[in-house]
Design a protein around this ligand. Structure first.
Ligand SMILES: Nc1ncnc2c1ncn2[C@@H]1O[C@H](COP(=O)(O)OP(=O)(O)O)[C@@H](O)[C@H]1O
Ligand SMILES: [Mg+2]
Length: 321
């Protein structure tokens, strides 16, 4: 399988000098065609920043300080603006939590859908996607302005637009959090099914670890701008290698492991100002050994099959199958 998303040593800060926040700290990650990747971690860990970095969608002046992002072979941060526009129109689509951010308030829905497809899609395909996301009143929806739709309907439109474009990559940033549970399950199942059928690389940035376990092939766990653990599901959730992954799962009703008593993770994610020289999680980690964890930055270690962890003392030993 070929990597459709390739990130190498990506670092990125908001602001400069004393007030800088290092939102991404040497991220390396690849995703193949048809792969569904869950990106999890507490609020502020850098999930959205990493998603935005795929499309060069960050505030003016914010750009990586090192590393690169490649989507379908395009070097995103060094690409010409025309290539970048083509990428965003055709190959890489975003769906955000708030449909207002995904839809243009000044255009009717039908027009926005028509613009997402090039050439104008086969109408039958369009209507079938609308049905699949639960937008059955086609004519009413197509002639509506975004403000005339309920939040849930607008979100389904945003999802339909992302799918009808037949992109190579979809980044869904908490895209289904605002939908009610049964609709959410149906839409996540649909997104996954399309990713598999069409070879779309699908990233689900989510707080919902149950959904990640159910719909994703792999998971990357972020903490303070780093990926602290990455690997296949359900292996990572069944036997986490990083103490942070274990704590995150232990704090999630229904995913805690038997005998696990770690209901909350004390402390909060502390954003780093510069590339850290220690383990970012050491201050909150029950397993940390100060001599090493506070003084030496962990490098990715291979554990298990196709897994890596950023920890000096992983819960899963190297060589474990
Ligand atoms: N536009 C911005 N300007 C300054 N800091 C930001 C901006 N967006 C995010 N941050 C900071 O970057 C870090 C990562 O944020 P974010 O990517 O939104 O994390 P997540 O999506 O995991 O909640 C946080 O410390 C956040 O406060
Ligand atoms: Mg976010």
């Amino acid at each position: 399988m070929s990597a459709q998303v390739k990130i190498e040593g990506l670092s990125l800060a908001y602001g400069a000098g004393e007030t800088a926040v290092l939102a991404l700290d040497r991220i390396t990650l690849t995703s193949d065609r048809g792969q569904v990747l869950g990106l999890v971690g507490e609020s502020g860990s850098g999930k959205s920043t990493l998603g935005f970095a795929l499309g060069r969608l960050l505030p003016q002046g914010v750009r990586p300080t090192e590393g690169r992002v490649e989507i379908c072979g395009l070097d995103v941060w060094n690409a010409e603006i025309r290539a970048l526009r083509a990428l965003r129109r055709k190959r890489l689509r975003f769906i955000f939590q708030d449909p207002v951010s995904s839809l243009d308030p000044t255009r009717r829905i039908g027009r926005q859908i028509a613009e997402a497809v090039d050439p104008v899609a086969d109408r039958a395909a369009l209507l079938s996607i609308m049905d699949e996301v639960g937008l059955h009143d086609h004519d009413r929806v197509l002639s509506a302005w975004p403000h005339q739709l309920s939040g849930g309907m607008a979100q389904r439109v945003a999802i339909a637009i992302a799918l009808i474009a037949e992109p190579d990559v979809i980044v869904a940033d908490e895209a289904t959090s605002a939908l009610d549970a049964s609709v959410r399950a149906r839409i996540l199942a649909l997104l996954r099914e399309r990713a598999k059928a069409r070879g779309i690389t699908l990233w689900l940035l989510s707080h919902d670890l149950h959904a990640v376990r159910r719909y994703c092939d792999r998971v990357a766990v972020m903490y303070a701008g780093r990926i602290v653990e990455e690997g296949p599901l359900p292996a990572v959730f069944d036997a986490p290698a990083h103490p942070y992954t274990a704590a995150l799962l232990a704090a999630t009703p229904g995913l805690e492991r038997p005998g696990e008593t770690l209901p909350t993770i004390p402390g909060t994610v502390k954003p780093h100002r510069r590339a850290a020289v220690d383990c970012a999680f050491a201050a909150r980690c029950a397993h940390a050994r100060p001599d090493r964890c506070r003084t030496e930055r962990p490098e990715p270690l291979s554990v298990g099959t196709g897994r890596s962890v950023l920890c000096h003392f992983p819960l899963l030993k190297q060589g474990t199958p």
